[in-house]
Design a protein around this ligand. Structure first.
Ligand SMILES: *Cc1c(COP(=O)(O)O)cnc(C)c1O
Length: 471
């Protein structure tokens, strides 16, 4: 399988070449040259497989530069009941007639990002050992991504993590999750500033090409193709659990921010998994809902990006969206460039409302969308507790609300549970008046010793810290 850039760069790459890279050299995102097709006979075979073996089968269609036995071992080591809490890995439960919750949040950091990041950690360690190379991952986080990356990379040979976060702005639980890690290869850097300052620092360091090369700086952000690919697997696993045979359609609702999770659903659908509808659920930061309603994609300025109670969906633009638009415009890289480089670059928006391609977003690709507010979130959390004795986190609540707006008779609707409520305890307390239960392994983590340095919002200070802590 070869990979191309959405912006038309002539080079073609193999999986392990793009594994350690971010954007393509022309600023585009990597996608496979085609989506492998899965027929009903294959689906029938896969239906019986344990999760790790299903992951191996799907990954094998996209990865041909790792020997199969090695890839199989990597999948087996990643998706275990010890790490993800159950043999099903992503157990499905019916909440009410036709509405299901797929649990993706029982990994080490209690958010769905573990599903991909745990695999990425093992793939990185494997590939770096094979090359005899090292990698220093530099990231910025406001919560879920940073902890998922650190728990995936802790103790891994050849990898160090330098994770910046805005000092004092994460929830106490999220801070404790990250700062309590004592592994020598994990470095927490609390920046005096806000999340945007952290992101600016990461950009500034990455733009210093000399420094980047000398210190082998890499990233693990959501545009990484391997992360997206890992997420394709749980759409299949969810489908098999929601149906008894492979001729039945299923719909999914996905709490969305950077469009990584739901883009994996798009890939699964393109492979032939019988998905009827993909519902994109957004919060007040409704860039994506606006597009699917109107055909206009308008990125927001920092000042127009709201701080909400589903913070992992607080985005100003959706970094994976370009992948879907590439398919939407018939994989025409020239057209893609005119939208993302010319229109978006100059005016901060593009408009497909009059383009026949836009109608296909729903008709051909199955996309629909909804938007939620803080009040919706609280109401859904209360209602789900009262009627089903089930606690959901604010992001999953956004999903549930959206799902109910797009139900179709006879078609199971699977809502992806993207985090456990304990991660966002303050909102749960606001809705219910009490804290959600905490998994035993997280009892008392706020009191553990913290490993973190504080630095000013200054890229030079971060560079100096990285230089001191390499070797
Ligand atoms: C990251 C995250 C999301 C958004 O996922 P995308 O892939 O960026 O769309 C939603 N919910 C939670 C809890 C998250 O951590």
């Amino acid at each position: 399988m070869n990979y191309l850039s959405t912006r038309g760069h002539p080079d073609r790459k193999r999986f392990c070449e793009i594994l350690l890279e971010g954007l393509a050299p022309d600023g585009g995102l990597y996608l496979p040259e085609h989506y492998p097709q899965v027929d009903t006979a294959t689906l029938a075979k896969w239906r019986e497989l344990p999760y790790a073996e299903l992951a191996f089968e799907i990954l094998s269609l996209y990865i041909d530069d790792i020997p199969p036995a090695d890839l199989k071992a990597i999948c087996a080591k990643t998706y275990t009941a010890e790490v993800f809490g159950s043999d099903e890995i992503v157990p499905l439960r019916e909440l009410e007639d036709g509405v299901y919750l797929e649990a993706l949040s029982n990994g080490p950091t209690l958010a769905f990002k573990d599903m991909a990041m745990q695999l990425l950690g093992n793939l990185f360690e494997y590939e770096l050992a094979r090359r005899g190379a090292e990698l220093n991952i530099l990231g910025a986080t406001s919560g879920d991504t940073g902890s998922a990356a650190e728990y995936a990379m802790r103790g891994k040979k050849g990898v160090r993590v330098f994770m910046t976060s805005p000092d004092g702005r994460m929830s106490p639980f999220q801070q404790a999750q990250m700062f309590s890690l004592q592994d020598q290869n994990i470095h927490n850097i609390a920046i005096s500033g806000v999340f945007d300052d952290c992101q600016d620092i990461v950009k500034a360091v990455s733009n210093d090409l000399g420094f980047k090369r000398k210190y082998r700086i890499g990233t693990v952000n959501s545009i990484n193709w391997a992360r997206l690919l890992a997420q394709v697997v749980y759409y299949f696993a969810g489908y098999f659990q929601a149906t008894a045979s492979n001729d039945k359609p299923v719909s999914f609702t996905v709490p969305s921010g950077n469009f990584g999770n739901v883009c994996a659903g798009h890939v699964a659908r393109m492979m032939g998994l019988p998905i009827q509808t993909l519902v994109v659920a957004t919060n007040e930061n409704d860039v994506l809902d606006e597009f699917f309603r109107t055909g206009i994609y308008r990125v927001r300025a920092a000042a127009d990006t709201h701080e909400t109670s589903s913070p992992s969906m607080d985005i100003s633009k959706a970094s994976n969206f370009e992948r879907f638009v590439f398919d939407l415009v018939g994989r025409d890289a020239g057209k893609l460039r005119s939208l993302f480089v010319d229109d978006l670059g100059r005016q901060g928006r593009f408009d497909l409302s009059a383009d026949p391609a836009f109608r296909q977003a729903a008709e051909r690709f199955g996309f629909k969308s909804s938007r939620s507010t803080h009040a919706d979130r609280l109401a859904t959390i209360r209602d789900t507790d009262k009627r089903f004795a089930t606690l959901v986190d604010p992001h999953t609540a956004d999903g549930l609300k959206a799902a109910r707006e797009h139900l179709a008779p006879g078609v199971p609707m699977v809502v992806l549970e993207t985090a456990l409520p304990i991660k966002f305890a303050a909102t749960l307390v606001e809705a219910l008046g009490h804290e959600p239960a905490r998994p035993a392994r997280f009892e008392g983590i706020e009191a553990l010793p913290k490993r973190v340095v504080k630095l000013p919002a200054d890229a030079e200070a971060v560079k100096a810290y990285i230089a001191q802590n390499c070797d």
